[in-house]
Design a protein around this ligand. Structure first.
Ligand code: ZN
Length: 539
């Protein structure tokens, strides 16, 4: 057996991905995403730039990963002052991280124009910053910004930057194609040249951008040439055309013989089967539709239109598919009896503690309900708790905790006594518990808030149980379902245990969609309290 080189996966969704136009993570978003990344198995999770903005500073008041190394990003010390006197460096080193990634100029032109210091001062900043991080017990990394362009302009200086970082003790020297214009053959040549000077590939990382559509190709070229850390983002989000897409890279590194036979990553086959789920859950969190044509994980990645290909595909999928959809947790799309889909379902249920036999007709029934509902706008990948409730309802039973007799929501726009416009929302909810009617009225900041307050105002014997239920987030998406717009609402809930769960509702009416998601959240909470559900959320 030959030993394979380990490739370290470094995710920068929360730092470089934050530069994507239209993307603005809250602290709550960052906590949710870092947990997803940590659970999936990334080696490094770069969380942001503590000290640069209030969100990142708040995010770094705690370490947010358990297995992955949690990385803070920031500048090397300023020229002209000592490392111990640089307040920016101090903030960075105080952040609750395992590792610190310094961004360093490695193109002499940028040193002169952007930093306004000498080449030697820049090298001293790299050295002193790496040493200061080490002295704090942190793993130091250095991102050599514009490395490939810098190398083309002045190879001696670009190499001196990398060499200085290495000699000072940086665990990783990351070669960055910051403007994304470098071609794979150039990446291969320059990485080889760096290694030839004596900096080992085991200390080198690659950070590529997609401005010529080759961020993944450039990352693979760098790995072939010897880099052993690869940086990128979920679904390739990032500034301009994006960063290297880690979802695609993981698929290729794990499944393509050329790489899988030479390299290993932290992603074993079981984790790999969660790749599609990870990609889609992230899109849901961003409140955007997944790209159907995304490599490996897109809804169309293993879809074949009916016809000559479809029947051949049924006979032998290998002739039409470069990898099996199961391997990345995706589904083949033409098959009538969908074995792949079925085993995915069984696995998904097993993870939630629900056992079901492959030939149980109730399972086929559940699959058809999910497919039907997803076609009408439900998105269960982003709404784990609703999926679990649906599965439990279909395959077995859920206690009837209460029933809803009806609800009414009123929104009024009027003028107050000072003549200012005032919007008032009021909701009435009628609940039946053990044959007893409970009616509650509440005013709220908006119709959904009023409905939530009314629903939870009088819950009879369950009142104490839902006291610690908090709605953490609320996302609305308008879907174009043919001629009429359909609204999908995703609600994120949490409680005193710190566990989070997501529920979904779909309707032509936004209030009704919200109500469905709200009801699922409450029922899930009651199930969870009785340990009848929630195994996956508690993982
Ligand atoms: Zn970048």
């Amino acid at each position: 057996m030959t030993t394979r080189d380990r490739i370290y996966l470094f995710d920068t969704t929360l730092r470089d991905g934050q530069q994507t136009p239209g993307v603005d993570f809250s602290v709550e978003d960052k906590i949710a995403i870092s947990a997803m990344l940590d659970e999936f198995g990334f080696d490094y999770v770069e969380g942001g730039y503590p000290g640069a903005n209030p969100t990142d500073t708040a995010f770094f008041t705690e370490k947010r990963t358990t297995k992955a190394k949690f990385v803070a990003f920031g500048m090397t010390k300023r020229a002209g002052i000592s490392a111990s006197n640089d307040p920016g460096l101090a903030t960075l080193l105080q952040a609750k991280s395992d590792a610190v990634c310094f961004v360093a100029k490695s193109w002499d032109y940028h040193v002169r124009v952007a930093l306004g210091c000498t080449n030697e001062e820049n090298l001293a900043s790299i050295r002193d910053s790496v040493e200061a991080a080490k002295a704090q017990g942190k793993e130091p990394l250095v991102d050599c910004e514009h490395f490939f362009d810098g190398y083309k302009a002045n190879p001696e200086y670009a190499l001196a930057c990398a060499r200085t970082a290495h000699d000072a003790g940086a665990r990783w020297i990351v070669l960055c194609d910051t403007n994304g214009g470098t071609q794979p053959n150039e990446v291969r040549e320059i990485v080889s040249a760096v290694i030839a000077t004596g900096i080992p590939g085991a200390s080198l990382g690659i950070h590529a951008h997609d401005d010529t559509g080759q961020a993944v190709a450039n990352s693979l070229a760098a790995i072939e040439a010897g880099c052993r850390q690869v940086q990128g983002t979920l679904n390739g989000i990032g500034e301009r055309c994006g960063n290297a897409n880690l979802i695609t890279l993981i698929g290729t590194l794990c499944l393509k013989e050329a790489y899988a036979s030479r390299f290993e990553t932290a992603i074993d086959p079981e984790r790999l089967s969660g790749l599609t789920r990870l990609s889609h859950a992230f899109d849901e969190l961003l409140n955007r539709s997944p790209n159907h044509q995304a490599p490996y994980v897109g809804a169309s990645a293993f879809a074949t239109k009916a016809g000559i290909h479809a029947s051949a595909l049924l006979k032998d999928p290998r002739t039409y598919e470069h990898v099996t959809p199961d391997s990345v947790g995706n589904l083949r799309k033409v098959m009538v009896s969908d074995q792949g889909g079925k085993s995915n379902f069984i696995n998904a249920l097993k993870r939630r503690g629900i056992e079901v036999a492959k030939d149980d007709p109730k399972l086929d029934h559940l699959i058809s309900i999910v497919k039907e509902r997803e076609a009408s706008g439900y998105a269960y990948e982003g709404a784990d708790a609703s999926f679990e409730l649906l599965a439990r309802r279909t395959l077995g039973t859920i206690p009837e905790f209460f029933s809803i007799d009806g609800f009414r929501v009123m929104v009024e726009r009027r003028f107050d006594s000072l003549g200012r416009i005032k919007i008032v929302s009021e909701a009435v909810v009628k609940i039946v518990i053990d044959g007893e009617n409970h009616m509650s009225v509440a005013e709220g900041d908006g119709p959904v808030n009023a409905l939530d307050l009314a629903l939870r105002k009088d819950f009879g014997k369950y009142q104490n149980e839902i006291d610690d239920l908090v709605l953490a987030d609320f996302k609305v998406r308008i879907l174009n379902g043919g001629t009429e717009a359909i609204t999908r609402v995703l609600i994120e809930s949490t409680d005193g245990s710190g566990v989070r769960w997501w529920t979904v509702g779909v309707s032509e009416n936004i209030i009704d969609a919200s109500f469905q998601a709200l009801m699922d959240s409450v029922i899930y909470k009651l199930m969870k309290n009785r340990e009848l559900a929630g195994r996956i959320a508690a993982e």
